[in-house]
Ligand binder design. Structure first.
Ligand SMILES: [Zn+2]
Length: 237
């Protein structure tokens, strides 16, 4: 079920440069996987070590590594790391109070875990993203530990045949709507959740994406997608 990025990009009309489109696509995918992590932690009562935000970031890397062919997985990882770097540059000072790790910590965690999943293939990426050698030494161990702890959650959910425990609520006529719908199809092929989860693409009055345990809904705000588009264009991607 490995996918190439081109598959999803075929769905996307070239409203602007490919680089900007790739950036938006990559970050919507990473964010969807991150929020899916929150949903899994909620629905399975999984006990995760450390911060839930870190566990959600880790799941995002695990799914990227599992679902996508190498070129696409590297591209999505690189563009996700870039968004953390841009966020760090845009912030006036590091948000030490935030429940998420600091943006540059998320950047290095993303690169380290992805590298650690397949260090022989991904040494060039680690170098390109300036992963320090002393951190790189521990990345294989970090990935193995992360993958093992998520495997305890994911293995019982592995679908023997595709089901529809994850629904999509949104327009598939937009590029991003079609992308998310196809991601939902892939997630349904891989996992059967103990309770139904909805993934909604909708306007919410803020540039955000979140999981609401009350309704078991992952919401990707259209304002967040527009924010990514503006960020890509502002940085000449
Ligand atoms: Zn989160």
């Amino acid at each position: 079920m490995l996918r190439t990025l081109a598959v999803s990009l075929l769905l996307a009309a070239p409203a602007h440069a490919d680089g900007a489109q790739d950036f938006v696509t990559a970050n919507v995918i990473s964010t969807l996987y991150h929020e899916f992590g929150h949903a899994l932690i909620d629905l399975t009562d999984a006990s995760v070590l450390g911060r839930e935000e870190d566990a959600a970031d880790i799941l995002s890397v695990i799914l990227l590594d599992e679902f996508w062919e190498e070129d696409a997985a590297e591209s999505i990882t690189a563009l996700t790391a870039l968004s953390f770097e841009l966020a760090a540059q845009e912030a006036e000072e590091p948000a030490y109070w935030d429940v998420h790790g600091l943006d540059m910590q998320r950047y290095y965690n993303q690169v380290c875990l992805f590298y650690g999943a397949d260090p022989d293939t991904r040494a060039a990426l680690a170098e390109e993203f300036a992963l320090p050698a002393e951190r790189a030494e521990t990345c294989v161990e970090e990935y193995d530990l992360a993958a093992a702890s998520w495997a305890a959650v994911l293995d019982p959910l592995t679908a023997s045949e595709p089901t529809k425990s994850i629904g999509f609520d949104g327009e598939t006529s937009s590029d991003i709507g079609a992308l998310i719908a196809s991601e939902v199809t892939d997630l349904n092929q891989a996992f059967t959740l103990p309770k139904p989860v909805t993934v909604a693409l909708t306007s919410c009055g803020e540039e955000n994406a979140f999981y609401d345990p009350e309704t078991a809904t992952i919401t990707i705000c259209t304002e967040y997608v527009e924010f990514l588009e503006r960020q890509a264009i502002a940085n000449d991607l």
